[in-house]
Ligand binder design. Structure first.
Ligand code: BJW
Length: 266
């Protein structure tokens, strides 16, 4: 690929808010601006933080989903087997929230990136479908999609156009359908993992946006990019493990930082 690591690229920038919803323009190192401008093979790994400004809650940290709900009850197969109605009520609630949400400026910049870079992919841990709604065509969904459900008995897959109405939803074979998402302890979809690993390996540049990077195997993807000689640029409210090896980390809201980076590289 010919995209070895460059010296002098490493930087950490904390954005100070200068007014409601306004961040100072991040000070972009010249080497980084050049790297972003000239990159041809680019990817973005996203997590719940990219949708936070659309009003969709994150999982971890203060006010996160796991603050209020037990992941063992709601996001494991065992929890679903014990109480499918409860799990479906939670997913229905989230479907209603997500249906009301709109893509935010971070989603919109990521959609613009796809038009600019000759090879571009979004790899997302999110199940909310917001990248597609913002206009991205190439989205690799590692943890499934909340608008699909499937039958574990006969393999039937259904796409929803609106939140589920009957809970729990039933398959034509009589068994209870499940949301087509990946719970803890479950394998991620094979094709998506292979494609995401290939994209990570080949990326000259990977943006890592709004993920705590604690859930594997997704958290290993930026490490693959880094070990393959690509650059990693992180955008998050706070430092994560990615910050320890990223070429640049920008701390602030994705909806402020990504548009500012985008403006700076035009
Ligand atoms: C902002 C912001 C703003 C906020 N702007 N930033 C290797 C090592 C250790 C453990 C494992 C391992 N391999 C597998 C495991 C076990 C497990 C795992 O990783 N556990 C860890 C928690 C330790 N992984 C699995 O079980 C996976 N399966 C698997 O690996 O299969 C093989 C296997 C099986 C069994 C044993 C061993 C191997 C499956 C993981 C499935 C995760 N599922 C969920 C639910 C999906 C469905 C649903 O949504 O309902 O996926 S859990 C939840 O976490 C969800 C997310 O996609 C995922 C990641 O969270 P994310 O997106 O990073 O969100 P947050 O909330 O954590 O972070 C938000 C970030 O945004 C924060 O940093 C904020 O600061 C930031 N932020 N506002 C910018 N405005």
């Amino acid at each position: 690929m010919g995209h070895g690591p460059e010296k002098g690229l490493t930087q950490e920038v904390r954005l100070r808010m200068s007014g409601p919803g306004q961040a100072e323009t991040p000070k972009l190192d010249k080497g980084l601006v050049k790297k972003i401008r000239e990159a041809r093979t680019v990817s973005v790994l996203t997590g719940a933080g990219v949708s936070a400004e659309s009003g969709i809650p994150t999982f971890r940290g203060a006010g996160g989903i796991w603050d209020k709900y037990d992941f063992r009850v709601l996001a494991t197969h065992e929890g679903f087997r014990k109480d499918p109605r409860l799990v479906w009520e939670w997913y229905q609630l989230r479907q209603v929230e997500i249906a009301k949400a709109r893509p935010n400026p971070a989603h919109m910049v990521i959609a613009d990136m796809e038009k600019r870079f000759s090879s571009f992919s979004v790899i997302t841990q999110n199940i909310d479908g917001m990248h597609a709604r913002a206009g991205n065509k190439k989205v690799i969904e590692l943890h499934g999609n909340i608008w699909r459900m499937r039958c574990e008995r006969d393999g039937l897959e259904l796409v929803l156009g609106a939140p589920v109405s009957d809970i729990p939803p039933l398959c034509q074979c009589g068994s209870i359908l499940r949301p087509d998402v990946v719970w803890f302890g479950e394998q991620l979809p094979k094709n998506e993992v292979e494609e995401a690993s290939r994209v990570a390996r080949e990326s000259e540049l990977m943006f890592v946006v709004g993920t705590s990077a604690v859930v594997y195997p997704a958290a290993a993807l930026p490490v693959i990019t880094k070990n393959s000689g690509g650059a990693v640029v992180e955008v998050n409210l706070e430092p994560t493990d990615v910050s320890t090896y990223a070429d640049a980390s920008f701390f602030g809201r994705a909806g402020d930082i990504l548009p500012a980076i985008w403006k700076a590289i035009q």
